[in-house]
Design a protein around this ligand. Structure first.
Ligand SMILES: [Zn+2]
Length: 378
C-alpha cells in the first residue's frame, strides 16, 4: 500500500489524535486541513504559494476534471501531479457529492447516476466502477468511494436507501480498483445513529485504508452535526485516518478534532478570500467595512503570513474596493495560512499532552467565525 498512517499520540481526555499520513508525495502531519483545488487549481494562488501556507495535501474534484478537460487529458499530461506540478499529496473526491447537488439534472438508480453537464447539457453516467476508473486516471494519492448522498431533511426511506446503496457501491469500488492508490470508504447514514452504525460496520468490513464521514455539513444545524460527531468517529478503526468531508469553520474543525477526526477540507478559506473576508484570531474581518479605510495595522496581528507581515488593512481594503486581483490573492493566502496555523497548533497541543487545557482556553475565548454557510455549488 502506497499510503500509510501512523497514530503518534491520543489525548486521554477527549480522544483527539495526532497522526502522520505518508503518501508517495510526502508526509502529511494530522490533524490536517486540505485546501480545495476544484479545477486542479486552488483558486487565486500559485502552487508555490499553497505550499508556503503549510498545506501538504490538496483536494481536487473528480466531477469537474471529468467534464473538463477530461480524465484522458489529465492522464496524458502526467496525472494530477504532472498536470498541476503540485509536489504534495492529492486526494480526489468521487464525484458523488457534486452529481447529487445537480438537482433536476440527474437520475439516480441502483447502478449509478446519469446526469447532465452544467457546462453544455451533455449527458454522462457515473457508476462506482467509472468513478474509480476516472480517479485512477487522475492519479491522486488518495481516492474516494462513489457514494449516494442523502441531504438534510430527507425522509427515512430515502436515507436508508442511500446508506444501503453506498455500502453496495463501496464494495463495487473496492472490487474494481486496480492501482495502489489508497481507496477510502465513506460512512453515510445521515443523522440517524442506527444507520450510521450500520454504514460504519459495513465499511469497516471492507478493510479499506481510511474512512470518511460523509453527509455532514449539508445544511443541518451545527448541534445536529455535533451530535453525530459525538459517536461516529468512534465507530471507525483507531489505526486508520478519519476524514470529515466538507468541514468547515475553524470552530467546527476544533470540535471535530476533539471528537477524533484527522482530515478536513472546505472551500471556506478560499471562497471567503475572494469575497473580501479574512478569518483572523479575533473572528471575521470584512474589508469592505469603512472602519478599515485608514487602518494601518496588519490584517491579523497574531499571524506571521506574508500578507500580514507586509500589508495594512487599509491597503487590503483599497485592493478589495478597486476589485484588484491582488486583494483576492492576498486574502486567500492569509486565510489558508490561518487554517494551517490552527491545525499546527492542534497538533502541537495533542503532541505535548496539553490539548485539554488548549481546548478549554479556546472554548473560553468564545470566538466564532460561522455565518451563513456557503452553498455547495457543482
Ligand atoms: Zn496572515
Amino acid at each position: 500500500m502506497a499510503v500509510s498512517f501512523e497514530l503518534l499520540a491520543v489525548d486521554a481526555g477527549t480522544g483527539a489524535r495526532r497522526g502522520r499520513l505518508t503518501t508517495p508525495h510526502g508526509v502529511v502531519e494530522t490533524p490536517a486541513f486540505m485546501p480545495v483545488g476544484t479545477q486542479g487549481t486552488v483558486k487565486a494562488l500559485t502552487w508555490d504559494e499553497v505550499w508556503a501556507t503549510g498545506a501538504r495535501l490538496c483536494l481536487a474534484n473528480t466531477y469537474h476534471l471529468f467534464l473538463r478537460p477530461g480524465a484522458d487529458v489529465v492522464e496524458a499530461l502526467g496525472g494530477l501531479h504532472g498536470f498541476t506540478s503540485w509536489p504534495g499529496g492529492f486526494l480526489t473526491d468521487s464525484g458523488g457529492f457534486q452529481v447529487f447537488s445537480l438537482e433536476g439534472l440527474r437520475k439516480v438508480g441502483d447502478d449509478g447516476v446519469e446526469f447532465q453537464s452544467h457546462h453544455d447539457g451533455s449527458y454522462h453516467t457515473l457508476t462506482p466502477e467509472r468513478s474509480i476508473r476516472v480517479q485512477e486516471q487522475l492519479g491522486a494519492d488518495i481516492i474516494m468511494c462513489f457514494d449516494d448522498v442523502a441531504g438534510w431533511g430527507v425522509d427515512e426511506a430515502r436515507l436508508r436507501q442511500a446508506t444501503e446503496r453506498s455500502l453496495v457501491w463501496a464494495r463495487r469500488c473496492r472490487d474494481s480498483h486496480v492501482t495502489d492508490q489508497a481507496l477510502f470508504g465513506i460512512v453515510q447514514g445521515g443523522f440517524d445513529e442506527g444507520l450510521r452504525r450500520t454504514s460504519a460496520a459495513g465499511m469497516v468490513e471492507l478493510d479499506l485504508p481510511g474512512y470518511a464521514l460523509g453527509g455532514l455539513s449539508v445544511g443541518e444545524p451545527k448541534e445536529v452535526m455535533n451530535e453525530v460527531l459525538a459517536y461516529a468517529p468512534g465507530l471507525l478503526p483507531t489505526d486508520k485516518p478519519r476524514y470529515l468531508m466538507g468541514v468547515g469553520w475553524p470552530e467546527d474543525i476544533v470540535e471535530a478534532v476533539a471528537a477524533g477526526c484527522d482530515l478536513f477540507d472546505c472551500v471556506l478559506p478560499t471562497r471567503l478570500g475572494r469575497t473580501a473576508c479574512a478569518l483572523t484570531a479575533e473572528g471575521r474581518v470584512n474589508l469592505r467595512n469603512l472602519q478599515y479605510e485608514r487602518d494601518d495595522g496588519p490584517l491579523d496581528p497574531q499571524c506571521d503570513c506574508a500578507t500580514c507581515a507586509r500589508h495594512s488593512r487599509g491597503y487590503l481594503r483599497h485592493l478589495v474596493k478597486a476589485n484588484e486581483i491582488l486583494g483576492a490573492r492576498l486574502l486567500t493566502y492569509h486565510n489558508l495560512a490561518f487554517y494551517q496555523r490552527l491545525t499546527a497548533d492542534l497538533r502541537a497541543a495533542i503532541e505535548c499532552g496539553t490539548f485539554g487545557t488548549w481546548l478549554s482556553a479556546w472554548r473560553g475565548r468564545g470566538v466564532t467565525w460561522a455565518g451563513a454557510s456557503p452553498t455547495a455549488t457543482p
